[in-house]
Design a protein around this ligand. Sequence first.
Ligand SMILES: [Zn+2]
Ligand SMILES: [Zn+2]
Length: 439
Amino acid sequence: MKQILLLFLILLMSSTVFAQTAELKQIIDERADEIEQEVIDWRRHFHENPELSNREFETAEYIAEYLRGLGLDVETGVAKTGVVALLEGGNPGPVVGLRADMDGLPVTERTDVPFASTATGMYQGKEVGVMHACGHDTHMAILMGVAKILTEMKDDLSGTVKFIFQPAEEGAPEGEEGGGELMVKEGVLENPDVDVIFGLHISDYLPVGTISYRPEGIMASSNTFKIEVKGKQAHGSTPWFGVDPIVTAAQIINNTQTIVSRSMPLTEQAAVVTFGVIEGGVRHNIIPESVSMQGTIRALDEDMRQTIFERLETIVQNTAESNGAEATLTINDGYLITYNDPELTAMMEPTLKEVAGEDNANIINAITGAEDFSFFQREIPGLYFFIGGKAPGREPAGHHTPDFYIDESGMKLGVRAMANLVIDYMDREGDIDGNSTGM
Ligand SMILES: [Zn+2]
Ligand SMILES: [Zn+2]
């Protein structure tokens, strides 16, 4: 009898939790509708006033002021211009991080929207036009909308939400630290410790109303490399008196073509090695002393990434040696693989399908672009996904271009997705905890 009573109690408790979650989710949908115009207005404000990486001063002030107005505990100046706000729910539970990036790009806007940017800024010592040409303006507006809705239901939340507005996703100016990496270094995932983190990116080529995601590597790691080949200068008519760095460089480029084609398990994941710069020589009949090259490495799997590093080093050294030349390879720290924790992705997949509709939330192929959300995911499980921002019938101009255009009606799904992920994670995580202690 006692056992039956206990079972009944548990059922009763879990059904109240469920009812509450369902209720909250319904409120989210209603509120997302009601505040849609407000979210669009915030986005337009950001769009009209873009700032470059690590220079998001006014952007940060605007966000911080808004979040303080909601009554949240707000911290500014995190990783230079980042803003972090904490929302403690009425019930105990996990800490969920939500991240939006804040920076614009050195691009001069060419669209004809009434809120087009005419802003300028300094980039690498030059005055440039500045534009939200990647859609980070929509990410900030979406997260402000989520903050508003979740704050309104604060008492019913079973856990804590950390809103993370991150500067410099596109990369800090040369010589400066910044972005997700610096935020982590400054302890953004601590105090309180964040259990999981969600992030999204709007896309100008995915249709409005859709969500795209993928377990494991969804975006590639990105590492720049530099190769210096040193030979011995000689007259072009007498190469035997010198060591030819041009021939050596050519062989290095050729030999590296086998890294991906012969050493990568290509049915598992993709990888890329690209040379983008080759510099050497000044005159047709002088064999120069040195040649320098630059390129980029992309990988979707950490083991593959490490193998590429090793193979590249071996090829550079041995090819140089076989030519009597010397070579140095420098691989710079770049972005890590944007790696969606498989368990978390599986756990939250039903939420993505529910908010977008079964057919509108789909697994996509991985992308060889990179994202610095990866620095959060190195520390804790994270899920990164895309939402559609492509207007029907409009050809996408492409991110980072002067004609970049986003259909603002796509943002509402972002608000609903993020808020629902929080509610559902708190609910499901509660279930998991309950089960594990029960057994
Ligand atoms: Zn970008
Ligand atoms: Zn971006």
